[in-house]
Design a protein around this ligand. Sequence first.
Ligand code: SF4
Length: 416
Amino acid sequence: MDPVRFYSDIIKRNMDKPEKVNKLINFGLAAAYYYVNFFKDKRSPKSLHYLNKYCIKSIKDSLKNPQNSAWVNLFSPCEFLIAMDIKPLFIEAYSSFMSGFFIEDYLIDTAESRGISNTLCSYHKTFIGANELNILRKPEFMITTSMICDANMPTFRYLSRKYGVPLYIIDIPYKYSEEALIYVKNQLLEMVKRLEEVFKRKLDIDKLREVVKIENKTRTVMKEYLDYLKEKTLLTSMTFEMYMLFASHVFIGSREILSFYQMLIDDIKRAPERRGKSIFFVHLLPMFEKNFKDNFNFNNNFHIAGSDINYDFLGEIDEKDPFKGIAEKLILTSFNGEINRKVTRIRELIEKVKPDGIIQFCHLGCKQSIGGTFIIKNLASEMGIPFLYLDGDCVDKRNNQEGQNRTRLEAFLEML
Ligand code: SF4
């Protein structure tokens, strides 16, 4: 029997015992961490192996230390948490791991049975389901933003009320202006005050400047990596490309992430010249969908040439005034504001990476993703690059039509 399925069955049989399930999940993460440590996948380059360990460890650490943890979403500014030694747990990652453990269906059904709409994004439903079953221990603080994701604010508000845990929602204006910048900066200052009160420690501004300095350095290396993508082929997998979200967002500014990108540069320098067909992804990659795994994981013929969500901000953060610099980043990310901003970033990335095709996987329940599909399709046809969009679910495997996906994906790849 498949050990992961066996483990998942044990968890499901014990769902009425939250303490036990909590321990089983911590055990599963610890086992995954030691497995990855001792059995390196021969196909994965050194950098991605390192990232794999880092991602599992970060989830494991924040779950084990709820008294020193804050729940966040992917776009929350975690530089402050890194500088204050607080462990962030981002809900999208937690839900992805639960899908990896094959228990997302149970958690989603629980959320829906308690009144959560079935049209809510499954990253959120999975996380809410885990909380409804009391599997998670409450953190000390929660942070989210108003941008991009319409599911964030209601989910975080609900969880904050459920546990009586303070929540800070950063309101991000659509348009960039000096006024908007000051407005967001003031919120960040206020948020840090709350963090200081809750965690009973002061933010060291020099430490924050150091985090921002590392973040800027990391982005320089990241851009260097982008330059290599058009001429080299570094074989990777759907999961690794999604793991990059830990590096490009929540943990950017940490020394480990800078080391990861430096290793990635070494790996891509050593990689062979470009061969096969390269595919650029818009937004998310369905890392559990069988056809995508079969066609893209470490495949010489079709390989992943990045995803725009990992390059939503490529500017530099002001090191002298990090509050203002981070506010600027939040407003200017290509996922905030009008769709044109996102389209411009995708165009820039495509011009740089020169992929052979573009795929947009429209994750069920994500209005921001589905809403822009035809505008991005028009961009692709204007640039003369084949474009495919497919509907499905990155977390809830039951929502993926494997047969239909196979037909459309294989026809697209054959055409390339
Ligand atoms: S997929 Fe869309 S709805 Fe779901 S968490 Fe991400 S941005 Fe929000």
